[in-house]
Design a protein around this ligand. Structure first.
Ligand code: V47
Length: 394
């Protein structure tokens, strides 16, 4: 898509922002708020496309992956979450839909995915009160022993803090991350960030560790050379000002990681709140326009993040497709099973897009599908579909 350099907007507030975007200058807090205020979503999309195309042209990334949610027992009670189930030491008191997978079951799921061409497993779960730290180490070791080429993106910052508390003797964040990396962990997913704001924290996820600990984990991972992702869960009791603040905090952290640390954030995933089945089930959730605006504004504010991902499970495949022209360059992947959010609260865990479906959505949006690995290198496959390497030569 070519952008006319002097295109006009119906919203005069956007004119100075257009100049900044064209000059590749950093946007301010006020700019971010003006972008949320605008009704001119076409100019917003056009500006986000300038930022997107400067980095990626019309390439759109996806991967062949498998999400594995190892347990839905959780000691937390986040009001936006429909996934968690309380744990009781009396098994008969647990509801029928609780589960915890054994290490063997997890390795089996990963092995099936690997044998079918997946290059990454994304593993997260609830904070289980009883599983020992060895369970998580064995899970990583077991997967890597059975599937040596499979990349392991696992455990949100919240789980990492939980592991520091359950390890015996107790361990620091750096010790937990080092032990997991030695066992096979490659990258950390971005979950658990929610919205970095004390009011929202206290009203929506009071018992969860907050912003300081989330950043501690990501800072330590970056110091150790482990790349991570970031998320923003929007469209519940948050406001636009809080979202812009969240993005600026991530941008500040990224500046420091890029300048001083061995690794950095790879990608932001704005997560569109799905109310169904949660304590916030009475809330309407974001509209399609709010989704589009938030993805585009994320692209524009995060000038030091390489990638903005629409997680099609949450934004829907159709809106994620449209968002490829509103700043998004990554589609996540084939997913297959996903338990954390389900449409209508009682939908199925089976949530899958085939490679052909993803490629069609991307091509129809005027983009070029690129299968990527966990570090955004282009995957090369032979005629039989076997991975023969990444574009970086690995
Ligand atoms: O941590 C929970 C959020 C996260 C709901 O790093 C909800 O590549 C919407 O982090 N509605 C898990 N969101 C998902 C996540 C993720 C997904 C895809 C890719 C990556 C990545 C990360 O989902 C949780 C929480 O923040 N969440 N409940 C809900 N009702």
């Amino acid at each position: 898509m070519s952008i006319a350099p002097n295109a006009t907007s119906t919203d005069t507030e956007l004119l100075p922002i257009r100049e900044k975007v064209q000059a590749n200058q950093r946007l301010s807090r006020e700019d971010g708020l003006a972008l949320y205020r605008t009704k001119d979503i076409f100019t917003l999309g056009e500006l986000a496309t300038i930022a997107r195309e400067r980095r990626h042209g019309r390439l759109a990334y996806y991967n062949i992956n498998r999400h594995i949610n190892y347990t839905n027992f959780c000691v937390l009670r986040c009001k936006f979450c429909s996934f968690y189930r309380p744990w009781s030491k009396e098994p008969t008191e647990n509801t029928a839909d609780t589960y915890e997978l054994t290490v063997d079951e997890i390795v089996e799921i990963a092995a099936q995915a690997y044998d079918q061409g997946a290059t990454e497993v994304h593993i997260v779960g609830g904070l289980h009160p009883k599983l020992p730290f060895d369970y998580y180490l064995d899970m990583c070791r077991g997967i890597k022993a059975r599937c040596p080429g499979l990349r392991l993106k696992a455990f949100t910052a919240i789980e990492i803090v939980h592991f520091t508390r359950i390890a015996r003797p107790r361990m620091s964040i750096a010790e937990v991350l080092t032990a997991l990396r030695d066992a096979g962990l490659d990258t950390l997913p971005g979950g658990g960030a929610e919205i970095f704001d004390q009011r929202v924290h206290d009203e929506a996820f009071k018992n969860k560790v907050g912003e300081a600990e989330w950043f501690d984990v990501h800072r330590t991972a970056h110091e150790l050379g482990i790349p991570t992702n970031a998320t923003m869960l929007y469209g519940h009791i948050d406001g636009h000002a809080e979202r812009i603040e969240h993005l600026i905090k991530l941008r500040d952290h990224q500046d420091a990681s890029l300048a001083e640390r061995q690794a950095a954030f790879q990608c932001l995933i704005p997560l569109s709140f799905i109310p169904d089945g949660s304590e916030f089930g009475h809330l309407p959730g974001p509209t399609g326009l709010d989704d589009l605006k938030t993805l585009a504004i994320s692209r524009l504010m995060l000038d030091n993040f390489d990638h903005i991902k629409a997680f099609w499970i949450m934004q829907s495949p159709k809106l994620s497709q449209v968002a490829l022209s509103w700043g998004v360059d990554d589609f996540d992947g084939t997913v297959v099973w996903y338990d954390i959010t389900k449409r209508e609260g009682r939908g199925t865990q089976h949530q899958e897009l085939s490679i052909d479906q993803i490629a069609r959505l991307i091509r129809e949006a005027g983009c070029v599908p690129v299968e990527r690995d966990s570090f955004y290198n282009r995957i090369r496959r032979d005629a039989s579909g076997k991975v023969v390497g990444s574009a970086d030569g690995s």
